[in-house]
Design a protein around this ligand. Sequence first.
Ligand code: DGY
Length: 328
Amino acid sequence: MSKPRILIPRAIFPEIIEKLAAHFDVETNQADEAWSPAEFAKHLAGKQGVFTTGSERVDAALLAACPGLKICANMAVGFNNFDVAAMTAAGVLGTNAPGVLDETTADFGFALLMATARRISESEHWLRAGKWDRWRYDLFASPDVHGSTLGIIGMGRIGRGIAKRGAHGFGMRVIYHNRTQLDAATEAECKARYVSKEELLRTADHVVLVVPYSPQSHHTIGAAELALMKPTATLVNIARGGIVDDAALAQALRDKRIAAAGLDVFEGEPQVNPALLTVPNVVLTPHIASASIPTRMAMANLAADNLIGFLVHGKPLTPLNPEVIAKA
Ligand code: DGY
């Protein structure tokens, strides 16, 4: 019997290709050529599965061009590259990679908060530019992180990881806002208090965004929200581009409406709003919050196990639209 055919449209760990090749006829793009959506559709036609990395768009047009497709397995917990309704209508399963990147991403969120609040990147650029000629009492002086108020918007697994680091490691007062309030035991474990979004923005010294992207969360932080924040506050976005209005943020940073920002995700990435590149009080990283080697390997393994689980055994591990499984 011939093996199911799958596509891996981006470069990936060789071990993962080997694992998948034991079950599938695999087409890869290890050269990591940049494919247009039309080229992606051309390569995907005739395949039953695809290993997506989180940046390939799966929508009605792609699905119409690939009628034999059965599963798109995302190597990411976020799945805003999937039009899940269109996939369900076409009978195509989507899977994501939850639960394997929470601690690594929380580590990075905290690192970005530290770098932003304590002006680490800004001062390093200044030093490398040869500007350091003597010590000064207020040289790159900043607000404190320990003992301050940490506001977290989005209290899923990653948000809770950041809360614990802040409360237990840095003695921070943690406040959070979320679609639903956590149960009392989880709040106690994270030492976190539920507040309105407005109270959080007004009172937090450091605000970290960890909400999933959806049309409802688009521009959770725009000019109006930035205006509520303390002028000494920092803002960190490790969620998704589009959660923050990047143009409004660049303006707020330029006007010193807030002290600083740390961004790992951007509207329209890998493009970065040019206004953000010209302000000094922002730390910019290229969507790497989950990028420790063990975690990226775990994410890739979970995506591979979803392909094998569904196409070989009929049982995916982390389905997004399980209603299509019965119909497959
Ligand atoms: C995720 O898993 O959603 C991370 O942002 C990596 O893409």
